[in-house]
Design a protein around this ligand. Structure first.
Ligand SMILES: Cc1ncc(COP(=O)(O)O)c(C=O)c1O
Length: 387
């Protein structure tokens, strides 16, 4: 039985599976079991910011694995203490407290629970097209009906308003609103950046109405958009910031930054067995080191602008729009994108969907220009085949 067949038989069945068995990676390249090489413009859904098998990340993981892998937060640990302090230092507004967990959805759950505890309110205003994860709280904030409907009824008190429309938000925030939960660039929803005026207005509205501002930087965080955090584009300081994906460079991790407007959290109010484990903290520390040493956010800004130019120069009647910020880019087609993503894979390029008609590029921040060029040329060929 092939690996694909074994996975089909013995895993849950909830994932669409591509017929490519990936076994090895290096930088922005991946190899399948037959030795074919691919350019990775997906980075494991935006996770592998440093690329695959980065020597400093590998070293940090191996060194920590020899010392101590697990240590619940009940017991202090040097690796966690160091990382928590470093993370809070680099986050927008340098919030003193962080809650460490294991995924993006968990970071969102933490932010939602902390907002409830802090305000004594239960309402959450999120955005149409927003994506915040699949656990029941995060799913309640997620917009797309196809994710939500099979699990109704979801958590009460959530509403969704048009993104980047301050009037809509103004009408939705009331004295029951615990928090607004928003992405700086909507990722899964199609790579839609919000405007500076929108985020300034959100900050003001939340302050006026006693609601907390929770920003979901699970996809945009850690250099992806050309700044360490996308909030920095707008000098925005949120009350809660949700992190995941690239935070551990591939080691599962999430975090919520907790600003000063969030009340003190009682002991026992929340927790996670694996949260803040020394292995993930060691990996995440190496991620911060390499992002700074190699100036990867700046690199994402420069090479991302170049990528957008190349994508905008593509001449295909199938392309409706090209959007992006840093190394987060989407080509919006006039038709469904899935067949083209499959063809791209056949042309040895991994990319992602973005909404039903988008092709999204979330490459490792270390990707070389010639690798991106290879991907853009492949996209041009694939679009031309069908046009
Ligand atoms: C903006 C955003 N928030 C939350 C999540 C959920 O993260 P995870 O899949 O790690 O639970 C994602 C995942 O794509 C995301 O893009």
């Amino acid at each position: 039985m092939s690996v694909l067949e074994r996975e089909r038989r013995h895993t849950s069945g909830v994932y669409p599976k591509r017929d490519v068995e990936l076994v090895r990676g290096r930088g922005a390249r991946l190899w399948d079991a037959d030795g074919h090489e691919y350019v990775d413009c997906a980075a494991g859904h935006g996770v592998a910011a440093l690329g695959h098998a980065h020597p400093k990340l590998t070293q940090a993981i191996a060194t920590q694995a020899r010392l101590l892998v697990t240590c619940p937060e009940t017991y202090p640990n040097d690796r966690r203490a160091t990382y928590a302090a470093r993370l809070s230092d680099v986050l927008p507004g340098s919030p003193e407290r962080v809650f460490l967990c294991n995924s993006g959805a968990e970071a969102v759950e933490a932010a939602l629970k902390f907002a409830r505890l802090s305000t004594g309110r239960t309402g959450v205003v999120a955005a149409k097209r927003g994506f915040h994860g699949r656990t029941l709280g995060a799913l309640s904030a997620t917009w797309d009906r196809k994710y939500r409907e099979p699990f109704a009824p979801l958590v009460p008190g959530f509403s969704h308003v048009v993104y980047d429309d301050l009037d809509a938000m103004e009408a939705a925030i009331d004295d029951e609103t615990a928090c607004v939960l928003i992405e700086i660039v909507q990722g899964e929803g199609g790579v839609h950046p919000g405007s500076a005026e929108y985020f300034a207005g959100l900050r003001r509205l939340c302050d006026e109405r006693g609601a907390l501002l929770a920003v979901d930087e699970v996809q945009t965080g850690f250099g992806r958009t050309g700044r360490l955090f996308a909030c920095e584009h707008h000098e925005l300081v949120p009350d809660l910031i949700c992190l995941g994906k690239a935070i551990g460079g591939g080691v599962p991790m999430g975090a919520a930054g907790i600003g000063p407007r969030v009340a003190d959290l009682p002991v026992g109010a929340h927790g996670s067995t694996f949260g803040g484990n020394p292995l993930a903290c060691a990996a995440a520390g190496a991620v911060l080191d390499v992002l700074a040493e190699d100036r990867l956010p700046e690199r994402a800004s420069v090479i991302g602008a170049w990528l957008l130019d190349r994508l905008r120069a593509l001449d295909s009647p199938l392309i409706r729009d090209v959007r992006g910020l840093g190394l987060m880019a989407a080509v919006e087609l006039r038709t469904r994108s899935t067949p083209y993503l499959r063809k791209l894979l056949g042309a040895r390029v991994l990319a992602l969907p973005a909404g039903p008609t988008g092709i999204r590029f979330l490459p490792p921040l270390v990707i070389r220009r010639e690798e991106l060029s290879f991907a853009v040329d492949a996209l041009a060929r694939v679009l031309a085949e069908e046009a």
